[in-house]
Design a protein around this ligand. Structure first.
Ligand code: F3S
Length: 410
């Protein structure tokens, strides 16, 4: 176990920690260096961006809001581009969604505190759809678990699964500890997952991720035999795979043979690591499906939907009318692109809602009289039960949209 004094700080970092750059920076450095020591880092590493979770007032409560306001009052300002995870509501259309006034007031106060610190209220877990795609090998401090997985695995950037406060501290300090997934040795695979099951849809890949995450927990799985030629948009499949494993386990990085950027590195696959074979996905589907028949809400867009996903949904709904509530959650910027392309109007004509800035997991669903939910996202299905006590159905996008049209799961 490294000793405390094994952490080497530069002169500038020592001055920041001593308070020479003000109390807000000192607090950030205290958090960053405390974590660096706990995890045995030898030095800090500059980060290029931060993605800060812990934005919904539902999760923060009054204590979290006060913490943010005090830090902003102390003069906290981010040093690197920083982006927010989804909040508890659509900042513009919260009334339409049925969000109570009081919740909205507190949520806006949270956003105001972050904005004072210089953080962009992008309010999305898919910052890579709104212009933030860190380069291969770059160091970042991201905190939403599916975004972390995407940044590490699909883009080959380097981030630990930061907590909300630690990502914020990294943004204010401009650095984080060089430990965990920032280091080459921790990016090697810890398990091989042989995929023998047929994977032909985003739901299949979510079910696969639900199983794999449970098997490897916080390990680094290396997938063999995972063929993504069934989709024209493999990044969306990888987004779903990472989100599922981050929820059923605590996977922050995975490799897919022949597909993800680090999978081909010579030392990525150590000899003798455990190997699992997944022959079929039915156990994954079972885990994500309850006996529910009547559906209150159909939720698509976890992680937040791409423009292409929105377009596909709009095409499916053309000339039809939904019976249940239908939310498709996405980044505000993507919603605006979809508005310009006429996609939002098509979905709304069918009775659906394209909801920005939030999702069904961080929004206060208990205040919106929603008890049951159908989704194409393994992560949403897992978290809707554990975080919001909802009954869930899980399946393909088409099955979910059929449920929205009929009000029943078939
Ligand atoms: Fe994103 Fe919410 Fe799902 S933050 S990954 S849409 S649970």
């Amino acid at each position: 176990m490294p000793r405390d004094n094994d952490l080497h700080l530069t002169d500038e970092e020592q001055a920041m920690l001593a308070g020479e750059a003000g109390p807000a920076v000192r607090k950030a450095m205290e958090i960053v260096t405390a974590l660096a020591k706990i995890y045995g880092a030898r030095h800090l590493v500059p980060v290029e961006s931060a993605q800060v979770a812990g934005v919904s007032y539902k999760n923060l409560g009054d204590a979290g809001l006060q913490f943010l306001q005090e830090w902003a009052d102390e003069g906290a300002r981010v040093r690197v581009p920083a982006f927010l995870n989804p909040a508890g509501m659509d900042l513009q259309r919260w009334r339409e969604l049925g969000i109570p006034e009081e919740f909205a007031r507190f949520q806006m106060a949270v956003i105001a505190a972050f904005t004072r610190m210089g953080i962009a209220p992008s309010l999305t877990c898919t910052p890579y759809y709104v212009g933030l795609r860190p380069a291969l090998g770059s160091h970042v401090a991201w905190s939403e678990s599916s975004a972390v997985s995407f940044a590490n695995s699909v883009l080959g950037a380097r981030t630990n699964r930061e907590g909300g406060p630690s990502a914020l501290a990294a943004a204010i300090a401009g650095r984080t500890g060089a430990y965990g997934l920032h280091l080459d040795e921790n990016r090697r695979a810890t398990h091989i997952i042989e995929v023998r099951a047929s994977v032909r849809s985003t739901a299949d890949i979510g079910a696969l991720g639900a199983l794999a995450g449970e098997l490897v927990r916080d390990g680094v799985p290396y997938f063999r035999g995972l063929d993504l030629r069934w989709t024209r948009r493999p990044e969306e499949a990888l987004k779903a795979l990472g989100a599922a494993m981050a929820a059923s386990g605590a996977v922050g990085l995975y490799h897919v043979e022949g597909i993800t950027p680090e999978a081909g590195l010579s030392d990525i696959l150590p000899a003798g690591i455990p190997r699992f074979t997944i022959h079929d996905l039915s156990a994954g589907y079972q885990k994500l499906n309850g006996p529910l028949e009547e559906v209150d809400l159909v939720s698509l867009g976890c992680p937040h939907a791409s423009l292409e996903e929105l377009d596909e949904i709009a095409r499916f709904l053309a000339g039809k009318q939904v019976r249940t509530r239908l939310w498709i959650t996405t980044a505000r910027q993507v919603r605006e692109e979809a508005e310009r392309a006429g996609i939002v109007a098509q979905i709304e004509a069918a009775g659906g809602q394209v909801v920005a800035d939030t999702c069904v997991i961080v929004a206060p669903m208990e205040l919106l009289s929603v008890r049951s939910l159908a989704t194409n996202s393994a992560k949403a299905a897992l978290y809707a039960r554990s975080h919001s006590g909802l009954e869930t159905r899980f399946g393909t996008t088409e099955q979910c949209l059929e449920a929205a049209l009929t009000g029943r799961w078939r």
